[in-house]
Design a binder for this molecule. Structure first.
Ligand code: ADP
Ligand code: ZN
Length: 733
């Protein structure tokens, strides 16, 4: 992988090393090692780069492609645990696989450079040796007696422990009787309590955990799919694997889709292990980020639960990786380095020679195929924990329901909502669309209000009286005049978002207490928690939400789930549209009837005969996967073939077109490779960038990376255009 290994150095550079820097420019670069400095691979070092100084990582011996006389010296070595060899190998691997520069990948592994500095010491006081005459009051005496065999404490703690005022402490310090010392702060994370008993497991859960414990004991790379229906108790099962790995003195990483990193999950963890895990996600403050990163590096943090970026934390003793909701497309990172968190987690575990547990109620087709190919083993939990029944699922054929133009909820759904309300139970309505309406249209001239920098309509947010682009965030106050024909009050809302559904339900069931749960209404974990509490406490009758409601929550009194528009996700040319729709609907349905009272699900659809709907209704998951597998296999799509996307973008549509055509002209040709496109990307204009896409489709034995490298080498990208490569693309935007 390191391109330098194969070439003989031009220069002998004994006192030099190559240093990789966390920037997208290609590296590493050679630097001289000063006389008195000893460096080893993985050491963090300050080095000059142009006029700047940066922290980089010693990557290996010098490459010798620059005359040593021209090399600049390393400024200083950072006193910090070096980057583990496994992490460096992982950076190399991800870079080679995703065709991103190693520096860009390293940046993800150095998210918190200031974490390298030792943490600020804390000031504590102990008795000094000075035997100056001291006026002793009873309060002063208490402090001195305490410190005779007590630990050195901060002024505040000392005052609290001995019940004196802070003035007394200050007096003792001024009199020279107490001495100030600086000590490292206590480590931020307490060890999980492994003696704490877990819940008593059902027989199925016990069998499953026993199998996982065996994998931990084997202490080698393996992948196990924990395939259990929603509510089957998968979390408790993988907690047992976590406990086993922690007992074996290994570090553990649990990856969750960002949206599933809920206070509910964290409190379950605390209940099981008596302490909070280290967390890692995009909302951490600088201070938390620094503390947690360092705690992983020093080995103080034994367990981390995080979103996909946690993969790049500096684990030195990784012994288990759990990926919950492994099917979630949210694990795919689209910006910057595009990588799939689940797939890269498996690579990371392989480097650590550690077992992986994938958990899901709706495993991805990729994972299921890996089970069939016997690369992964699977453990099935077919029943809900505690004997709760699976909900009954029924479709409502929207072709035969006679709804007036501004209604979206069928009579059958209304009847069910009423009955549930009367029974004192809760309902959930699911529509994966934020805001009030996805389109604002002029009744007079037909103008559709679009985003100026994306090929997309603006979504109306009626509560906020604004139109917003869900791709770039552009917003305007909702106009009262058509921007095109300038007629007044001719703009109408088309189609529903959750806000509109809430309005409709309020009109139909004025007594129901309704709550909306979307990323607009839940700003931050706190408001989400408040909302969840109010559902748990029975303060809401009907919750209406986007995919935020689909995840993980356990509401015992929720017995009806209504899917407002099941066809929504099927539109568009996405390879995984059917699979994704199946998973989301299955997941949402899984919210119904999780306790004693049975649940039911109503699915509004215009295509009840579609395999997604018919297999959901019949509960024949295997049949759905068979059909989906056949379709992918017949088309040679992943996981039966390989796919990579090249996205060309420019502010100038002509430049984008020219570059895309130039790429097409030198496209690789071979019997096991096909190049599709160039075509306008489905979002042909995004944030002011015109986008064109080419797809490389190849059989499984083709190394798409080397094909792409050879292809892209022939192209000179003009300064006002960009080429982005996406290996295994998920989003077809
Ligand atoms: P899944 O992740 O498979 O959807 P969960 O792990 O969330 O299922 O479990 C569903 C519910 O059952 C949760 O409320 C959980 O606390 C409870 N549960 C699972 N296993 C046990 C157990 N062994 N003892 C008590 N409660 C359990
Ligand atoms: Zn936009």
């Amino acid at each position: 992988m390191p391109q330098t290994d194969s070439t003989t150095p031009l220069f002998e550079t004994e006192r030099a090393v190559s240093v990789l820097l966390p920037t997208a420019v290609v590296g590493p670069y050679d630097y001289l090692v000063p006389e008195e400095m000893e460096l080893a691979p993985g050491d963090y070092v300050h080095v000059p780069l142009g006029k700047r100084e940066m922290i980089g990582v010693v990557w290996g011996p010098a490459m010798g492609d620059v005359d040593p006389a021209k090399l600049r010296p390393v400024d200083a070595r950072v006193e910090a645990p070096p980057m583990p060899e496994q992490v460096r190998r992982f950076v190399d691997w991800v870079s080679a696989y995703t065709l991103s520069s190693r520096g860009a990948v390293l940046r993800m592994a150095m998210r918190s450079p200031d974490a390298l500095a030792p943490p600020k010491p804390v000031v504590v006081y102990r008795r000094s040796d000075s035997d100056d005459k001291l006026r002793l009051t009873p309060a002063r005496q208490r402090v001195l007696t305490f410190l005779e065999d007590g630990p050195a404490l901060s002024a505040g703690d000392l005052a609290r422990e001995t019940g004196v005022s802070s003035g007394v402490i200050k007096g003792l310090v001024d009199a020279g009787a107490l001495e100030k010392i600086e000590v490292p702060p206590p480590p931020p994370f307490e060890a999980p309590d492994l003696a704490r008993p877990g819940p008593s497991l059902s027989e199925a859960q016990e069998n499953a955990s026993a199998q996982l414990r065996e994998k931990i004991a084997a202490a080698e790379f393996s992948v196990t799919l924990l395939d259990g229906v929603t509510g089957s108790g998968k979390t408790e099962v993988y907690f047992e694997a976590v406990a086993a790995a922690l007992s074996a003195k290994r570090q553990v990483l649990v990856l969750l889709p960002e949206i599933a990193l809920t206070p509910q999950w964290l409190s379950r963890f605390e209940e099981r292990f008596g302490v909070a895990p280290a967390v890692w996600h995009s909302d951490l403050s600088q201070v938390q980020r620094r503390t947690n990163w360092r705690a992983v590096a020093t080995g103080n943090a034994r367990i981390v639960v995080g979103a996909r970026s946690a993969l790049f934390l500096p684990f030195a003793e990784l012994g288990l990786v759990v990926i919950d909701e492994e099917h979630e497309p949210a694990f795919k990172q689209e910006d910057g380095v595009s990588y799939h968190g689940r797939d890269m987690a498996i690579v990371r575990a392989q480097i650590a020679d550690a077992p992986v547990v994938l958990a899901s109620a709706t495993p991805s087709l990729e994972t299921r195929v890996n089970v069939t190919r016997e690369r992964f083993t699977s453990i099935v939990l077919p029943k809900r924990f505690g004997g709760a029944a699976m909900p009954t699922i029924k479709t409502v054929d929207m072709r035969t329901t006679d709804l007036s133009s501004n209604r979206f909820i069928s009579d059958e759904m209304v009847t069910a909502l009423k009955a549930t309300l009367e029974a004192g139970e809760q309902s959930m309505l699911f529509l994966n669309r934020r805001g009030y309406a996805p389109l604002t249209l002029c009744r007079t001239c037909g103008h559709r209000v679009e985003c100026p920098s994306c090929a997309a309509w603006l979504t109306e947010h009626r509560f906020r009286k604004r139109l917003q682009c869900h791709h770039c965030g552009y917003e305007v106050p909702t106009p009262s005049v058509c921007p095109s024909c300038e007629n007044v009050d001719t703009l109408v809302a088309c189609g529903p978002g959750v806000e509109r559904i809430a309005e409709e339900v309020t009109g139909l069931l004025p007594d129901a207490r309704i709550g909306i749960m979307t990323s607009d209404t839940m700003r931050g974990p706190e408001s989400a928690q408040t909302f969840i509490r109010s559902v748990e406490n029975g303060e809401l009758d009907i919750l209406i939400g986007t995919q935020m409601v689909a995840k993980g929550h356990h509401f015992p009194n929720l017995t009806l789930v209504g899917i407002v528009d099941a066809d929504l996700g099927l539109a568009g040319g996405d390879l995984r549209a059917a699979e994704r729709t199946y998973q989301v609907l299955q997941q949402v349905s899984g919210r119904a009837g999780r306790a004693e009272r049975p649940g039911r699900v109503l699915i509004q659809t215009f295509q009840p005969e579609h395999p997604v709907m018919s297999t959901l209704v019949s509960g024949d998951r295997e049949r759905f996967f068979e059909l989906e597998t056949e379709a992918r296999q017949a088309g040679g799509w992943p996981p039966f073939g390989r796919l990579a996307a090249i996205i060309v973008s420019s502010r100038d549509s002509r430049i984008a077109d020219d570059l895309a055509r130039a790429l097409a002209r030198c496209a690789p040709s071979s019997p096991d490779i096909r190049v599709l496109g160039p075509a306008p990307a489905p979002l042909s204009l995004l944030r002011g960038q015109h986008r064109r896409r080419l797809l490389l489709k190849a059989s499984r034995d083709v190394s798409v990376q080397s094909v792409l490298r050879g292809w892209l080498e022939q192209i000179k990208v003009p300064g006002n255009a960009r080429i982005r490569v996406d290996i295994d693309p998920y989003s077809f935007l």
